[in-house]
Design a protein around this ligand. Sequence first.
Ligand code: GDP
Ligand code: MG
Length: 370
Amino acid sequence: YEGITVRELADMLHVPANKVMEALLKKGILATINQAVPTEVAIEIAESFGFLAEAKKEEEEEVLIEEIPDRPEDLKPRPPIVVVMGHVDHGKTTLLDTIRKTNVAEKEKGGITQHIGASQVKLQDGRVITFLDTPGHEAFTSLRARGAQITDIAVLVVAADDGVMPQTVEAINHAKAFNVPIVVAVNKIDKPGADPMRVRRELSEHGLIPEEWGGDTVFVDVSAKTGQGVDQLLEMIGLVADILELKANPDKRAKGVIIETKLDRKKGPTATVIVQEGTLRVGDIFVAGITNGRVRAMFDDKGRQVKEAKPSTPVEVLGFEELPEAGDTLIVVDSEKKARDLALKLKTKREKEEKLAQGVRLEDIYKKIE
Ligand code: GDP
Ligand code: MG
């Protein structure tokens, strides 16, 4: 049987396994401790011990939109999507700021953020890197909650005067859990107390062994403040990206992930979308989570109006019927009717899931009737 074993059931009911076996025997079922019993029987047994139980509903896996398979020759190189992680105050914002050469950190202090939640930088050789502003853990967890894995590379910022701290370890665990390669930026090397070797030693204990010590993790010493080493860091991110051979088909119906949303007084509901495949164009009809719309206008990370966005490009999109949710997928479809239907279908599905999540499951028999 696929069901629960006698031992598991006994553990859940907090009774000795032989009591469960006895109860089963009364029903004419002879089962050993490691044997599984059918769900219906498990429910009856649970009830006989004064528990309320219900079988976990089969998850309904409905394909809402068919994937269009890509031929290898359709896949073109795309820029890496990079997230910056690390302990608080180790210099994430300053580093991103230096990379962008805009003064976002200063603006953030005044509460003004004009840029969208991601930006692209161009290296001297013409290669492009997309940086997410989303705090690293969010980029992994909340976006992932909806099944969107968008990050290709994580830059782990560790201050050389402070070393590995709790959130450093957290960041490493996140990146590892999602199988995202880490490039270490040993920051604040301009400071008198900086000890970049200590950072290397401490990170080695967490499995990040520097290449120069025979490991496979790239370490770059930087100062986000003075800009020292930042070009080299970008170069290294480019190299790691090359190894990953990131590709996407730009010549298909666009699909992207919503990384942030905003209700703008003038523009209406807007969202920053990172295109994952295909090319998103003004005029495209789309479904985005439980809402839909048509691309009315798009702006790039520098606030310039653009007509199209290719894979790995972040754009602010105008034209949503309602505000979508971060982590939702935006998919271009061929008619408004289809977009509406799909949005409604997903809405119904999510409502159902929510109800199910609140329901009782066999795994967490929760209530004992005395
Ligand atoms: P975050 O919390 O990781 O985003 O850290 P911030 O970028 O806000 O930086 C925290 C503090 O460290 C700020 O006062 C920065 O000016 C300072 N800081 C960041 N990078 C450097 C650096 O390379 N050198 C020095 N001396 N200070 C830095
Ligand atoms: Mg910050």
